[in-house]
Design a protein around this ligand. Structure first.
Ligand code: ADP
Ligand code: MG
Length: 257
């Protein structure tokens, strides 16, 4: 059975201020969704709430993944269950190299699947990392650098895709993975994501960029406005937004005081 992420009537507040006001979203393994919406509509808040960030309070609603109650799981459990979240502004982890970080994450996943697992061997890990880094056109020296420490925008994004490629999640939420990338980096990152898309991966791409959307060709497009998903459709909805912007959505859905 394919994995399903189900978000029902999610209400989230930050420091007492309601941000998400009833989000409903279902994503199945194998599907590519786009989440659009103007700045401040709540897209990143949804991603943080999915991860279980402590600053984001869930006031109401449910999140289910493969029949498990996500809201009862710690952030690391969510990740080990196969949820992957790439953030708009990921944190730097000085002292932990990219390679160490990935190996630790892979081993945690393997141990979760089988408590007897002894972990990935160093040669096996090296081979995996080299292959994936070549695919993403990353310099091999990158593996020895501290995670996100002094990385350029493009390097951060490539590292995220490298994490995704090595961890093989079932469901990935990518928050503006395309922002700050030049055309070449966009192509590498886009190709990287595309090469991972398949029956075993569901993806939600949060983005504004025409080029990226055009590249990803989402099956389903959702548009957020004021903490809710107010429009849903196929790729033509993304094209409409690319052509007309978000004003029509605000006019259609704004609650007049
Ligand atoms: P988007 O990703 O769609 O641009 P966000 O989820 O980042 O939107 O933000 C939604 C709303 O939440 C905005 O009004 C923003 O100002 C507010 N917000 C986001 N993070 C915080 C925070 N840490 N503290 C207070 N308000 C926040
Ligand atoms: Mg955002």
């Amino acid at each position: 059975m394919s994995a399903v992420l189900e978000i029902k009537n999610l209400h989230v507040s930050i420091e007492g201020k309601p941000i998400l006001k009833g989000v409903n979203l279902t994503v199945k393994q194998g599907e590519v969704h786009a989440l659009m919406g103007r700045n401040g509509s709540g897209k990143s808040t949804l991603a943080y709430a999915l991860l279980g960030h402590p600053a984001y309070t869930v006031d109401d609603g449910e999140i289910w993944f493969e029949g498990q109650n996500v809201l009862e799981m710690e952030p690391d459990q969510r990740s080990r269950a196969g949820l992957f979240l790439a953030f708009q502004k990921p944190i730097a982890v000085p002292g932990v190299t990219v390679a160490n970080f990935l190996r630790t994450a892979i081993n945690a996943r393997r141990k979760e699947a089988n408590p007897e697992d002894k972990g990935i061997s160093i040669p096996e890990f090296r081979k995996l990392l080299t292959t994936k880094m070549q695919q993403l056109k990353m310099d091999p020296s990158f593996a020895g650098r501290y995670l996100n420490d002094g990385f350029s925008g493009g390097e951060i994004k490539r590292t995220e895709i490298l994490q995704m490629a090595t961890l093989e999640p079932k469901m990935a939420i990518l928050d503006e993975t395309d922002s700050g990338l030049d055309v070449d980096a966009l192509r590498v990152v886009g190709d990287g994501i595309k090469s991972l898309i398949g029956p075993n991966l569901g993806v939600v791409v949060i983005t504004h960029y025409d080029q990226f959307l055009n590249f990803m060709r989402p099956d389903i497009v959702h548009v957020m406005f004021d903490g809710r998903i107010v429009e849903e459709g196929g790729y033509e909805l993304a094209e409409k937004i690319q052509k007309n912007g978000y004003d029509w959505i605000a006019q259609k859905h704004a609650v007049t005081a």
